[in-house]
Design a protein around this ligand. Structure first.
Ligand SMILES: NC(=O)C1=CN([C@@H]2O[C@H](COP(=O)(O)OP(=O)(O)OC[C@H]3O[C@@H](n4cnc5c(N)ncnc54)[C@H](OP(=O)(O)O)[C@@H]3O)[C@@H](O)[C@H]2O)C=CC1
Ligand SMILES: CC(=O)[C@@H](O)[C@H](O)COP(=O)(O)O
Ligand SMILES: [Mn+2]
Length: 401
């Protein structure tokens, strides 16, 4: 029996993880659940999975959950402990009795708990790509030092992990990693109408059901840019050997091209329960609840090169990794601020890439470009970059009138 703690349990990845756990009650037990504010969802998860501890980042939501527990779970019955201080929440990832930590908080908000899990040498199922983009070198060094096992559940990286030779990372004789991209909802949308794109349209991914931030990232293709950086750290591969190919069906989740001309691919329905089940059970295999592919019903698999004119975020991400230093961190921070501003109706869809580029240019023309050397410095640098992006949002709002 493995004990699993899920950071971001109320989100899309968190709920898919619990759907897999639900299928295997004899193999997995839930130790801790962590979320921000969705008390109703947390309450339902508590009743079903009986975690020992629940971390709630929003103190007002934590108070509501404590009240609900006091009212509904009788005195003397087993009540979960509720913690709401950032340090207490991160510490849940390092508890001795935890075997597996699922890192599925969205954004750099997930860094502290992912870091705690890595430092404690846990088996970490990584969805929270932003942590690796912001703190890749520090994180990978800590993985090597602590003996943590970092298993990617981001679908592309999980696919590559499945295609690479066992126990060989970085793998020998690999020419290229090929990340597939759906192209998002605006792959063929008229470019001159990008400024009118609504939040609902941007959040409607053609193939995957996901949280709002990553859905917008897919729509700008920044998601793929973040994934190139994520792949580079996970697999020790320079960005020059990581290609992106648009594959609108999202059936091939990524590929590895070897020196002898072989290309290995991992295929499956676009459902995150597959990579999550793969990583939960690794190196074994378990059922995920996902149906196998019906090849006869596939209407062709198509591929084309990405268009960086249409999706400048992909170009900006390659430029950030090429620049190195704090550029990937700044890219990520500016993207988090820009996406939140778009979701709040403050900037237009096509302002997202413009705003990120403006912040990147500002940083590149200054003197503060080195990579931070500790997690504390990463968090400071992230706040600094966010403040610059916040100021850019105000400039963009003012220029719109
Ligand atoms: N969804 C997907 O299919 C995929 C997602 N990913 C990555 O996984 C991560 C999660 O994505 P997704 O599940 O879609 O996102 P969601 O928005 O659906 O869920 C985010 C989760 O994080 C929680 N959360 C947000 N802020 C905090 C905080 N400060 N402290 C604690 N918990 C917090 C939310 O809690 P609450 O609900 O209470 O707000 C929620 O549980 C992202 O990094 C994304 O890029 C990677 C591949 C695929
Ligand atoms: C499910 C998953 O891993 C997402 O990152 C997904 O890949 C998004 O799709 P695109 O970014 O390719 O549109
Ligand atoms: Mn992905």
């Amino acid at each position: 029996m493995k004990s699993v703690s899920i950071f971001g349990s109320t989100g899309s990845i968190g709920q898919s993880t619990l759907a897999v756990v639900r299928l295997h009650p004899k193999h997995y037990r839930v130790q801790s659940l962590v979320a921000n504010a969705q008390v109703d969802v947390l309450w339902a998860q508590i009743q079903e999975f009986h975690p020992r501890t629940v971390g709630v980042a929003d103190p007002a939501a934590a108070a509501r959950l404590r009240e609900r527990i006091a009212e509904q779970i009788p005195d003397g019955a087993l009540r979960p402990e509720i913690v709401d201080q950032p340090a207490q929440i991160a510490a849940l990832a390092a508890e001795e009795s935890v075997d597996v930590v699922v890192a599925a908080i969205v954004g750099v908000a997930g860094l502290a708990s992912t870091w705690a899990a890595v430092r404690a040498g846990k088996q970490v199922l990584l969805a929270n790509k932003e942590s690796l983009v912001a703190a890749g070198q520090i994180m990978m060094t800590a993985v090597a030092e602590s003996g943590a096992t970092l298993l990617p559940i981001d679908s592309e990286h999980n696919a590559i992990f499945q295609c690479l030779p066992v126990g060989e990372q970085p793998a020998k004789a690999v020419d290229k990693l090929i990340l597939t991209a759906s192209g998002g909802p605006f792959r063929t949308h008229p470019l001159e109408r990008f400024s009118e794109i609504t939040v609902d349209e941007a959040c409607r991914h053609p193939n995957w059901s996901m949280g709002r931030k990553i859905s917008v990232d897919s729509a700008t293709m920044m998601n793929k840019g973040l994934e190139v950086i994520e792949a580079s750290w996970l697999f020790g591969m320079p960005a020059s050997r990581i290609d992106v190919i648009v594959h609108p069906q999202s059936v091939i989740h990524s590929m590895v091209q070897f020196a002898d001309g072989s290309v290995l691919a991992q295929l499956g329905l676009p459902d995150m329960r597959t990579p999550i089940a793969h990583a939960l059970a690794w190196p074994e295999r378990i059922e995920s609840g996902v149906a196998p592919l019906d090849f006869t019903s596939l209407n062709g698999l198509h591929f084309h090169a990405p268009d960086c004119e249409r999706f400048p975020c992909l170009r900006l991400a390659y430029a950030a990794i090429e620049s190195g230093g704090n550029a990937p961190l700044v890219l990520n921070a500016a993207n988090e601020v820009a996406v939140a501003a778009f979701l709040d109706g403050r900037i237009a869809f096509n302002d997202i890439s413009r705003l990120i580029e403006a912040v990147m240019n500002l940083v590149q023309s200054g003197t503060r470009t080195a990579a931070p050397e500790s997690i504390e410095a990463v968090l400071d640098e992230n706040e600094w970059a966010r403040a610059m992006a916040d100021a850019a949002v105000i400039r963009f709002e003012n220029s719109r009138g």
